[in-house]
Design a protein around this ligand. Structure first.
Ligand code: NAD
Length: 360
């Protein structure tokens, strides 16, 4: 019987909660949790069903009884915390963006590979069963040659100029907010499903609110609210994506269309149980697990799965990788580095007004 893997969770916010539930559902133990203060860790320990609250992030990461570290803190802290975990010989799941520049993500990837640890970045949308179905149709040639990739990732939680968050501050979130926070998810998914790599792009930024925060504490905003990117791929497709955190009424509308000579395939994150497939003479609504359940179908079709199950599946695949398996499609630090390369290119294009070429 394999040993139960023991996780340390660093960060007690939205993602800390999601990771803690995923660890438990994947059969692991939440050994400890660290927050931005010992008090916050104490408060989260019960909620996370953690065995203990750690005094600091360093204590959690280097604890002798921890196998796997989950970094769920604001972006600017990722590099330092991941380096600490790698140096301690721990396996690491580090939230996206892996770090704030491709120089930093390249260094983390090299260090993680040298250390021989298992590493992952939660591009969790890969773990929807219907995403795997779309990817299999493209890889199997059923969609034909892919000509167009397009879509959106739209949210509205920052539509009001009184709304703010650490992501608005480049010192904590990075110099791009919308692309760095959600654009990387869309690009990862588009490349994952299509097998294409974006090689050239043009980006535009719009900052809808140049100041944010409550009336008594207004702060200048140096990060964008909306992004458009047009691009070309290594295998002859072109595409566009529209990204926003101020699109009223859109909550988490990650929508991707992959269009080939034989089929167009549409994945809609807010309706992930069904894949839309458009053929010349008919339209198919392909339910999850239709005829061919994959490892990401945990309950029978008709019983909706969602976002949380994606994280459970990711943690389960990380556990399997620690056990020596090579799970197909596990997003690693290499994918986190790829996202940072695209992020650098998007910022360069948006700030210089020029097209930018990207290596593989
Ligand atoms: N993969 C995904 O789908 C996804 C979704 C949302 C967020 N994220 C990523 O997860 C990370 C966290 O985002 P969130 O939405 O949970 O933010 P959040 O603000 O809800 O939580 C961040 C937490 O980190 C704690 N913290 C800050 N500095 C710390 C430190 N040095 N040590 C320990 N704890 C510290 C804060 O107190 C807070 O509890 C970000 O990098 C974000 O990009 C990923």
């Amino acid at each position: 019987m394999t040993r139960t893997l023991r996780s340390a969770i660093v960060g007690t916010g939205f993602m800390g909660d999601v990771h803690a539930r995923a660890v438990r559902a994947a059969g692991g133990t939440v050994a400890c949790v660290a927050g931005s203060s010992a008090e916050r860790a104490e408060a989260a320990a019960g909620r996370f069903a953690a065995e203990r609250a750690a005094a600091s992030a360093a204590d959690a990461i280097t604890a002798a009884d921890v196998d796997l570290v989950h970094i769920c803190t604001p972006n600017a802290s990722h590099r330092e915390l991941a380096e600490l975990a790698i140096a301690a010989g721990k396996h690491v799941i580090c939230e996206k963006p892996l770090a704030l520049s491709s120089g930093d993500t390249g260094a983390l990837l090299a260090a993680a590979d040298r250390a021989g640890i298992v590493h992952a970045v939660p591009f969790a949308y890969r773990f929807y069963s219907t995403v795997r179905t779309a990817r299999a149709r493209v890889a199997g040639g059923y969609a034909g040659a892919i000509r167009l990739l397009h879509g959106t990732y739209l949210q509205d939680w920052l539509r009001d100029d009184t709304a703010s968050n650490w992501r608005v501050d480049p010192a904590l979130g990075g110099r791009t907010r919308v692309f760095g926070d959600i654009g990387v998810h869309w690009c990862d998914l588009a490349e994952f499903v299509s097998g294409h790599c974006i090689t050239r792009l043009d980006a535009q930024f719009l900052t809808a609110h140049p100041e944010r925060g409550p009336r008594e504490d207004r702060r200048r905003v140096d990060t964008e609210d909306c992004v458009t990117v047009t691009f070309r791929t290594d295998r002859g497709a072109i595409g566009t994506v529209v990204l926003s955190q101020v699109s009223t009424g859109h909550k988490n509308r990650l929508w991707l269309s992959v269009e080939g000579d034989a089929q167009s395939l549409v994945f809609d994150q807010e309706n992930p149980e069904t894949l839309w497939a458009g053929l010349h003479d008919r339209v198919e609504l392909v339910p999850r697990a239709a005829g061919d359940p994959n490892r990401y179908d945990v309950v029978p079709v008709g019983h909706p799965q969602g976002y949380q199950e994606c994280f459970t599946a990711l943690v389960r695949d990380v556990h399997d990788a620690i056990g020596g398996a090579v799970p197909d499609g596990l997003p690693t630090f290499a994918d986190g580095h790829r996202a940072a390369v695209l992020t650098d290119a998007v910022v360069r294009s948006a700030t210089t007004g020029t097209s930018v070429d990207i290596g593989p």
